[in-house]
Design a protein around this ligand. Structure first.
Ligand SMILES: *Cc1c(COP(=O)(O)O)cnc(C)c1O
Length: 377
């Protein structure tokens, strides 16, 4: 087993593993399970600071994104796809798959989305049913300011769909204050449960839009409406993964019991970034660094595969490369959720010191030392 210090899946605490091993009930027939499911959804809503209803869906994070697009899109709908990263652009595929017309707003991948430029664009064109926004675009780690972007979109009556799968609980999310209509999360990032579940919070405005549709939602599994009234009817559209939900609940209780979670992410992320730059490595994006993941360019003396391979072989440690346009170009350190512990990152820094030295990459000092110094400041 490797120590996974990747930007998801993340490490899982023992109480979460234990919760997943409890005896299984029949979730379609057990009234207590309906209550347990509903209370778990309510816990998610409260942790995300929203009155909106949450649904937990039996599938990995991608299902939440697809369900949001499947449930909102009707053929011919114009949808604004904010694109300053791989996931950002990816939303266009879901929109067109369900018959919508995605309009890409493409911005520099090395910067956080510029809200003033977006405002100028929207002044000229704002005839969109909804817009998609990525909170942290994980392949580059760029963080977008959803606290300003979503209210701006809503001021034009555009519904907001936010993918915060890799940011929530490591970065602040206040769904009601930020005016998010559909907010997607996943179990395997900062939540720190194993992969397998996604959840979506749904505003009254989004419910109303789904209910007013003229055409049926072109999916069963990705249809949020299929859950409408599930508790009153005591009926789920499909059998819920009981053990996954028990594990998720335990992980959410861990978050609830950890009021300093955002501060801890900020402190550790700040120290990691300072260590990387002090030692001469280059952070991939120029700004908008998310506190859940640090991404640096592969130094010219070596390759992504060499760094990742040596970390696995010599240190039993798994970091991540990236994919799509960033394939082979960057290394990603995941410091989200259970990974975000001071000593775990100290071990990563120490291993990187040794691996980079072995691969002939000159550094201006020790990453581990710089990291510890930054934490002490
Ligand atoms: C991880 C992640 C998802 C879920 O998809 P994966 O299959 O786990 O990659 C969705 N959106 C973002 C931004 C993510 O980081």
């Amino acid at each position: 087993m490797y120590d996974i210090m990747t930007p998801g899946p993340t490490q899982v605490r023992e109480n979460v593993l234990k919760a997943r091993s409890l005896p299984c009930t029949n979730p379609d027939l057990d009234p207590d399970f309906f209550t347990y499911y509903k209370e778990t959804c309510e816990l998610i809503s409260s942790l995300l600071h929203t009155e909106n209803q949450t649904l937990i869906l039996g599938g990995e994070g991608i299902l939440g994104l697809e369900a949001a697009c499947a449930s909102l899109t009707e053929p011919g709908d114009r949808v604004l796809v904010l694109d300053n990263g791989v996931f950002g652009k990816g939303f266009a595929d879901f929109v067109s798959l369900y018959g919508g017309e995605p309009v890409l707003y493409t911005a520099d991948y090395l910067h956080t989305l510029n809200v003033h430029e977006l405002a100028a664009y929207l002044e000229k064109d704002h005839a969109f049913k909804y817009a998609t926004v990525i909170h942290c675009d994980t392949p580059s780690g760029v963080l977008n300011d959803i606290s300003r972007i979503c209210p701006l979109l809503k001021s034009y009556g555009i519904l907001t769909v936010v993918d915060s799968v890799s940011a929530m609980f490591g970065e602040e999310v206040r769904a009601d204050d930020f005016q998010i209509d559909l907010l997607c999360g996943g179990s395997q990032k900062a939540v720190s449960a194993p992969p397998g579940l996604t959840f979506v919070t749904i505003s009254p405005n989004a419910w109303e839009t789904m209910k007013k549709r003229k055409q049926r939602i072109a999916s069963f599994y990705a249809n949020l409406m299929a859950f409408d009234g599930y508790f009153e009817k005591q009926w789920f559209p499909y059998t819920m993964p009981v053990s996954d939900i028990r594990g998720l609940r335990a992980a959410l209780e861990n978050i609830k019991a950890d009021p300093d979670i955002l501060k801890r992410h900020a402190r550790i992320a700040g120290a990691v970034r300072k260590a990387l730059t002090d030692c001469g490595l280059k952070l991939h994006t120029h700004d908008g660094w998310c506190n859940t993941v640090s991404v640096f360019d592969v130094p010219k003396e070596t390759s992504s595969a060499s760094i990742l391979g040596a970390l696995r072989q010599d240190h039993n440690l798994m970091l991540a490369g990236s994919f799509d346009v960033l394939e082979g170009q960057v290394i990603r350190i995941g410091h989200m959720g259970e990974n975000a512990r001071e000593e775990k990152l100290a071990a990563v820094m120490k291993a990187l010191d040794q691996v980079l030295a072995k691969l002939g990459v000159p550094l201006n000092g020790s990453l581990e030392k710089a990291y510890r110094n930054a934490l002490a400041d």
